[in-house]
Design a protein around this ligand. Structure first.
Ligand code: G
Ligand code: G
Ligand code: MN
Ligand code: NA
Length: 248
């Protein structure tokens, strides 16, 4: 309870800030985007992991407040990098399943784009596979409204849920992110590599851009390039950092 009140206060007192993890194109080796990963620096307890406070926020409407803050702040930061430094980066923002039920989500995304001037096509919203696969009629409507704004959609943590190819096609997504549990070990295990190979083939068959998450070694990176994976992120390529650190 204490922590929930602290989190409510944190939104309004600048203790929450987005870290950015680079997303790299495997053909060119260039950074083509960044994923925003929220951080909380608590005045007393120091850094608190989003693995702890995001689930807490998801228990209430707080996730919607927090989610809108992330959208506003990150689009502003990325727009400033575009105009200030000529950096044409794609911004990835995570959405919680609960945000898909928030009637203010679509207007908030539209406002963030309009206010900052960030091109809609340079924003990708990431939704986890499990969130996308629950009863989809209401969610599908929101996703389609988001697409109408021109933003892109990604299925996050792919492989941890139970989606079928048919569902993947129906959702009209742009990007599939392979969960990092499937990337760990691909350089050592033929079975692990075979699974990733088939995910990439399946995703490409329905015209999705494939991103590998959690790339931690040069060997994994080389193999993913060989397998035709489009993009990658992970500690080997870059840890999540504050914008000022990442772009200095
Ligand atoms: O950065 P880290 O790997 O510790 O993040 C842990 C989890 O928190 C991940 O599942 C990530 O998707 C989630 N997360 C981080 N930032 C956000 C955010 O802004 N919104 C939502 N909904 N989830 C986030
Ligand atoms: O659920 P989502 O994919 O949005 O979460 C991304 C999470 O993965 C973040 O918490 C981020 O800090 C973490 N992460 C990013 N790269 C790596 C990596 O190479 N290894 C591990 N173990 N975690 C990573
Ligand atoms: Mn993500
Ligand atoms: Na993920």
């Amino acid at each position: 309870l204490r922590m929930e009140q602290d989190l409510r206060d944190a939104v309004h007192s600048g203790q929450l800030w987005p870290a950015y993890q680079p997303v790299v194109d495997l053909r060119t080796g260039e950074m083509v985007g960044v994923e925003a990963l929220l951080r909380w620096t608590h005045p007393k307890h120091g850094a608190i992991s989003p693995a702890e406070f995001i689930p807490l926020a998801e228990e209430s409407e707080l996730i919607n407040v927090l989610g809108k803050y992330v959208l506003r702040d990150t689009t502003r930061e990325l727009a400033a990098l575009r105009t200030g430094r000529g950096l044409d980066l794609s911004l990835k923002v995570n959405l919680s399943v609960r945000q898909l039920d928030d009637p203010h989500l679509v207007p908030a995304v539209r406002d963030a784009l309009a206010t900052t001037g960030l091109p809609p096509g340079s924003l990708t919203l990431e939704v986890t596979e499990s969130a996308l696969m629950r009863d989809t009629s209401a969610a599908a409507e929101v996703l389609s409204a988001l697409r109408s704004l021109g933003v892109l959609l990604a299925i996050d943590d792919f492989g941890t849920g139970y989606s079928s190819l048919a569902q993947l096609r129906r959702l009209t997504l742009d990007t599939l992110k392979i969960d990092r549990s499937f990337i760990t070990g691909i350089a050592e295990s033929r079975d692990a590599a075979a699974i990733v190979t088939s995910i990439i083939a399946m995703a490409h068959a329905v015209d999705l851009t494939v991103v590998a998450e959690g790339v931690e070694t040069a060997e994994e990176l080389a193999l993913l390039r060989e397998l035709g994976c489009d993009q990658a992120q992970g500690y080997h390529l870059g840890r999540p950092l504050a914008a000022a650190e990442l772009f200095q």
